[in-house]
Every structure is written in C-alpha cells, then in structure tokens.
Design a protein. Structure first.
Length: 316
C-alpha cells in the first residue's frame, strides 16, 4: 500500500486538496486499492479554508514520516515562509526518498525547503513573477502544467493538479490503472506536463461548448484512420475553428492531441496484453510497428518493447 499524506496550511484551498484526495483517497470497486490517503498539519486542530469554513485535522507532521508521497496542496499566503518544523519535515521526507509534490502555490513551500534549487519547477502562472524573484536558484517554467523529477514534482494551478496526480498514478501503477481512475472521475484524457497552462481565460465568444463529446467520440475510434478534418467534420466546424478550440480548452492542437491519445492507448495495450507490437500499432491507428517505435521514442524516449518490459515489474 502506497501511503499519500497531504500537508495543509491555513487558509487551505479546498479544491487543491480535493484534487489529491479524489485521485489517491477514493476506493473504486473495479480497481484494487493501492493507495491510502491522509491529511496532516503542523498544529492539529481546526484549519481555516479559503471556502469560509474550518476543517478538523488530527494528524501532525509526524504523518509525513510514514508517507511514500508527500503533497503540499497550496501554500498561502505565499509571503509567509513555512516554519522551521515544516521545512525539517519536508527535507526529512525527501532525504528518506519519499516523493514530495506541490500543487499550485505549494511550490513556495518546497522552494523554501531547498528541494527545488537547481531544478526546473512550475507554479500558477499568476504567481510566476513573485516566485522567480524570490527563488532565483529555481529554474521556473511558468508555461507548463507540471514538472516531474521523480523524487520531486510541481504543478500549476487548480486543474493541473489533477493532471499531475493522474500522471503520478500512471508512473506508479501503469497507464491502464490510471485510465480507470480518470474515467471514474469523468475526466478528459490525460494532458502531458509540457502542455501550456491556461494563462488567461478565453473570451466567452471564442468557446462554443465543450470538447468532451468530440474527444470521447475520437478516443473510441483510435483504430480508424482519423484525421483533423474528420474531427472537424464530426464537430460541425472548420479545421481552423477546431484548432482554436483545442488550443483554448486543451492547450494543444487537434493533431498533437490525437497522436498523444494513440500513444496512451498503445501504452495500455503494451501493459495489459501480449499482442505483438505490430498489432498494437494497428489497433491504435499508428499503422505499423516502425511508426509506433518512432512515436514512442519521440514521446517517451524509449521503445515499445522496452516500455513493455519495464511495466512487467510490480507497481511500486
């Protein structure tokens, strides 16, 4: 059982905490339970939230010493550094090889603890200038959704927290398990960390409804020779309009999104089946083993065969 502990701090963002709790703390009947989830704080008792109510947290910082993953789901106000006790607890967790993760402004706490020095990291785009000025030793990338170094990971604001948490589940348990969690949460397909943040909300007139029905339709037909023009025709708009919607809502182009879904589907088949690589390639619409290998190398830096062998190991 992989134990995840969230370290909360007043005034706590309820949404950012809920992102971690929903991914790691919910039992799902169709999946084996591989995570336990708890919440702790420096001084146990009522913790004020940004939603106007207090939550009762009974575990202290000692809970971090028992966690395989430590999550800081925001740290406000950002100009308030964590106490020496919190800094010691975060460093202690990192030193014993626990994975330490921040969501949104939680990157400030990790930076104060020195866990991001000399490394790339991200945070909410609105906090980027403040973060960069305060922590010049950190290589801030304000545009991406999340950055994962394996032992330390940071995410941008709000919804990017779910992207990072699902990415961590995928790294721990494999693509098939993560896909079940995502579908159970009624979440759109996984977004890679390098996609752009939503630096500002799009103008309402530029968004004509949700892309969810279209991406569900396309995801169910990855074995077909779909092209961007097919997606646009199904959505009832021009390819140019579709490209704008994808950029606004998913932070990527329709073509790149479609390719990413084919690679994700291939990962699931490689993990869960004995199908030959050429068959996997055809089932996800990549036509041949040669094309699948090329796409895998571009996206993941490895081959389908090496990926399959790696995920034969027991989940960590």
């Amino acid at each position: 059982m992989h134990h995840v502990a969230a370290l909360v701090h007043a005034p706590q963002s309820t949404f950012e905490l809920a992102c971690a709790a929903e991914v790691f703390g919910i039992e799902r009947r169709e999946l084996p339970t591989r995570y336990s989830f708890g919440v702790c704080t420096e001084n146990p008792g009522p913790v004020a939230t940004r939603a106007g109510y207090d939550m009762l947290v009974t575990d202290s910082l000692d809970a971090l010493d028992r966690a395989a993953t430590v999550i800081v789901p925001g740290w406000l106000p950002t100009d308030e550094p964590p106490s020496p006790a919190v800094v010691r607890a975060l460093r202690r967790a990192h030193e014993r090889r626990a994975r330490v993760v921040s969501i949104c402004s939680g990157a400030f706490a990790l930076a104060h603890a020195g866990l991001l020095d000399g490394r790339s990291a991200t945070t909410h785009w609105a906090l980027a200038d403040e973060f960069a000025a305060r922590f010049p030793a950190v290589r801030l990338d304000p545009d991406v959704l999340y950055v994962d170094h394996g032992d330390v990971a940071t995410s941008a604001g709000a919804g990017a927290a779910i992207d990072l948490c699902l990415h961590l589940v995928r790294a721990d348990q494999g693509a098939e398990y993560a896909a079940h969690v995502s579908r159970n949460m009624v979440m759109p397909p996984h977004r890679e960390g390098g996609q752009l943040q939503y630096a500002a909300p799009p103008h309402p007139s530029q968004v004509d409804g949700s892309l969810a029905p279209l991406v569900a339709w396309a995801t169910a037909r990855l074995d077909e020779p779909l092209a961007v023009e097919d997606l646009a025709a199904h959505a009832g708009c021009s390819a140019r309009t579709l490209a704008r919607r994808f950029t606004e809502q998913l932070g990527t182009s329709p073509g790149r999104w479609l390719l990413a879904q084919r690679v994700i589907a291939a990962r699931e088949l490689l993990e869960s089946s004995e199908l030959p690589v050429d068959t996997v390639a055809r089932r996800v619409g990549l036509s041949s083993a040669t094309n699948l290998r090329r796409r895998f190398l571009d996206a993941l830096g490895t081959t389908p065969g090496a990926y399959r062998r790696a995920f034969r190991a027991e989940p960590r």
